[in-house]
Design a binder for this molecule. Structure first.
Ligand code: PXP
Length: 259
């Protein structure tokens, strides 16, 4: 899908779209240094099962997705690619060549197991404003992965981002720790950030993701105003037992279930 057909792709349904992050298919492949399982095959299976988009994160250390995956997958998707990456000069060159539908800018630390916190947009306004405009000039829509904080939401809007992706990691962790009070507080924080974003710029798309599972996704999916959820680890973990297509179907069911 090209960005020019973006307007018609706007999600008008109440429930968010599902973007599936297939990084961990590549993690499995890289663990043995072999050529299987194929992230491309996984992406196409997810699309067939109803995924609305495919997310891949090309990390600086190339620990899972490789450059060749990005080019190969970009050429074959029928939905949209969301390329997660750090806002570095190296990644800008790759993104402008591949031209994914979306780029999602994330902070990256070499030692982290996964993306730990949101991007400090407020702390690097000049760099990000210029970086975003270069991506947009190449026809790419830009999303910023941020913590659900008013300061970061406002900064993302001021930088000219097309979307924000709210970090749901703290919400997910509170649930895993069985801390209902903390989880409710995190949910409130996410809802507050969404309200701030909607009030400040009604055109901004609002995504969310990180740590979402079939058990915790519904409360997030049912918040009005979320465009898309990006889910990876838990969905790929489900796929170990039920297969990838079924895991996508089950995640969509969990999102759509009326509470
Ligand atoms: N969104 C962003 C920006 C991420 O970095 C990740 C993890 O790669 C996800 C969503 C998906 O998180 P999870 O794998 O925990 O579902």
């Amino acid at each position: 899908m090209t960005t020019s057909s973006f307007a018609s792709s706007k999600n008008t349904s109440q429930t968010p779209l599902l973007g599936v992050n297939i990084d961990h298919v590549a993690t499995l492949r890289q663990a043995r240094g072999v050529i299987y399982p194929s992230p491309l095959e996984a992406a196409l299976l997810c699309e067939r099962a109803g995924a609305d988009g495919i997310t891949i994160h090309l990390r600086e250390d190339r620990r899972h997705i490789q450059d060749s995956d990005v080019y190969e997958i970009a050429g074959q998707l029928t939905t949209r690619m969301n390329l997660e990456m750090a806002a570095t000069t190296e990644m800008l060159v790759i993104a402008c060549e591949v031209k994914p539908f979306w780029v999602c800018l994330v902070p990256e630390k070499r030692a982290e197991l996964t993306t730990e916190g949101g991007l400090d947009v407020a702390g690097q306004m000049t760099w990000l404003t210029d970086y975003i405009s270069k991506l947009q000039a190449a026809g790419i829509k830009v999303s910023l992965f941020i913590d659900p904080e008013d300061k970061q939401v406002s900064a993302a809007i001021d930088c000219g981002a097309d979307a924000i992706e709210l970090h749901t990691g703290a919400y997910a962790e509170a649930g895993l720790a069985d801390n209902k009070t903390a989880q409710d507080a995190e949910l409130k924080r996410i809802k507050h950030a969404i309200a701030t974003a909607q009030r400040t710029n009604s055109e901004l798309l609002i995504n969310a993701g990180h740590g979402l599972t079939r058990d915790n996704v519904n409360a997030i999916a049912q918040i009005e105003g979320i465009y898309e959820l990006n889910i990876g680890h838990a969905l790929i973990a489900d796929a170990v037992f039920v297969g990838l297509e079924q895991a996508v179907i089950m995640m969509k069911e969990a999102m759509h279930k009326k509470p």
